[in-house]
Ligand binder design. Structure first.
Ligand SMILES: [Zn+2]
Length: 437
């Protein structure tokens, strides 16, 4: 039993001020007045929230842990001018030289950052073409040290030849099978993107996805080159191509969906497929802007991710919010859409992966929650929570992070991990990795 006292608690319909919350095992047992719960659970361990806010942990529905070692990396030569050149000049050079140790540490570092920034569930998309088999278990080792809820996949691609593509299929298949009964860690079937996948490989993937009754996690029309390549080589849009291989459905996650047309949006809607928006990455790569407003109006479930550019969902939400206004030249948009992506739609995506209730502070829900050291300077209630969230809160306020009832960080201190040592080892590995590029 764990009792959180002196808290303001964000429930679905109100903020309960100066209250207590009791966690029993991995779920929320009770919310109520402090004296009542103190009396009822006298032997529970205590956490004093010091007047802070208890709210659901944030979630990231498209992440690349392996991007960690790119931070600060200087590449010689002419700066890339297109997204394809960014992939060829940076990411495909980087992922090729990742070793087992690199995969472990480049996952451990952003996992620490997830906990620090209040992210309690991550859907990752991994690539390390010269260390495919066993790569997802290396990330799992990092997750055993920082146990946030997670879904992993390996991105199958033909860009490194048919043997490595086949290994990718095997890696996904094994991992999905091994974690079918695990509610903290799940597999999805990873695919890179249409322009690096042949029909033959897609056919093999489709067969595996169908047998496993799983979903795909794939980059979709991120750059205009992906959409153009698909039309020129396959005579259709990328989403139509996925449908031809029967790869869409409520478990499928399509990251980006920037260069798709109305017909493709209709297909996404009809099949109940999920889209994940990554505004910060899209702006960084100058790939354009997904028409989120139109997709939401059509009833498509659009969630929010970071595409590896950060682990911080407070930051990503700010970008999502401001980008909508900026792109639409309309100050009325962005606000409601961003909170819907993060606080409703991401949890709908996760509901297809994990059993039980996530994303809400209610009795019986999983205790995946954070405590923010937030002292509101203005009136604070359920109706104006989003305004406080988007304009006043940030990840530095996260004091305590709890996942599945387990305290992973308390008063900003990560439990059971020597963070200084992890960062030192990471720097050494990154330096060596840069030398191999
Ligand atoms: Zn991505």
């Amino acid at each position: 039993m764990l009792l959180i006292t002196n808290a303001n608690i964000l429930t679905p319909d109100k903020i309960i001020h100066n209250a207590a919350l009791c966690i029993d095992g991995n779920t929320i047992a009770e919310i109520g007045p402090i004296p009542d719960l103190e009396k009822k659970y006298p032997s529970a361990k205590r956490i004093n929230a010091k007047g802070g806010l208890v709210m659901p942990g944030l979630t990231n529905c498209h992440m690349h842990f392996y991007s960690t070692f790119a931070r600060g990396m200087l590449l010689a030569g002419t700066p890339p001018t297109t997204f394809t050149e960014i992939l060829e000049g940076l990411w495909w050079r980087l992922d090729k030289v990742l070793t087992a140790d690199d995969v472990f540490y480049s996952a451990l570092v952003p996992l620490i950052e997830c906990v620090r920034s209040g992210t309690t569930c991550v859907i990752d998309h991994h690539a390390s073409p010269n260390f495919v088999l066993g790569s997802l278990n290396k990330i799992k080792e990092a997750l055993s040290q920082i146990p946030v809820r997670a879904s992993l996949c390996y991105e199958v691609s033909d860009r490194d030849g048919k043997d490595i593509a086949a290994q990718g299929i095997d890696e996904n298949t094994q991992f999905i099978k091994d974690h079918a009964g695990n509610n903290m860690l799940k597999g999805l079937f990873g695919l890179h993107a249409s322009f690096t996948l042949s029909d033959k490989t897609l056919e093999q993937c489709a067969q595996a996805v169908n047998n496993l009754k799983t979903g795909i996690h794939v980059h979709t029309a991120e750059g205009v080159a992906d959409a153009d390549h698909c039309r020129q080589n396959h005579g259709c849009g990328v989403v139509e191509r996925w449908r031809q291989f029967n790869l869409l459905g409520p478990r499928a996650i399509l990251a980006h969906c920037i260069h798709i047309d109305h017909k493709e949006m209709q297909i996404i809607k009809e099949t109940g497929t999920n889209v994940v928006h990554n505004p910060e990455s899209n702006m960084n790569n100058a790939v354009g802007s997904a028409d989120i407003l139109k997709m939401l109006a059509l009833g498509i479930n659009v969630g929010l991710g970071t595409d590896g550019i950060t682990s911080d969902m407070f930051q990503e939400a700010k970008f999502a919010h401001l980008k909508r206004k900026h792109v639409a030249h309309d100050p009325r948009v962005g606000f409601a859409e961003t909170t819907k992506l993060l606080f409703e739609n991401n949890y709908k995506i996760l509901a297809n992966l994990f059993k039980g209730t996530l994303g809400t502070i209610t009795k019986g829900a999983f205790a995946d929650l954070i405590i923010l050291d937030y002292q509101p300077p203005t009136p604070f209630n359920r109706q104006n929570f989003a305004g406080h969230f988007l304009y006043a809160m940030n990840s530095n306020l996260v004091a305590t992070t709890i996942v599945d009832g387990k305290v992973l960080m308390h008063d900003r201190e990560i439990i059971g991990i020597d963070v200084e040592r992890v960062m030192a080892v990471s720097r050494g590995l990154a330096q060596k990795m840069w030398g191999r590029i």
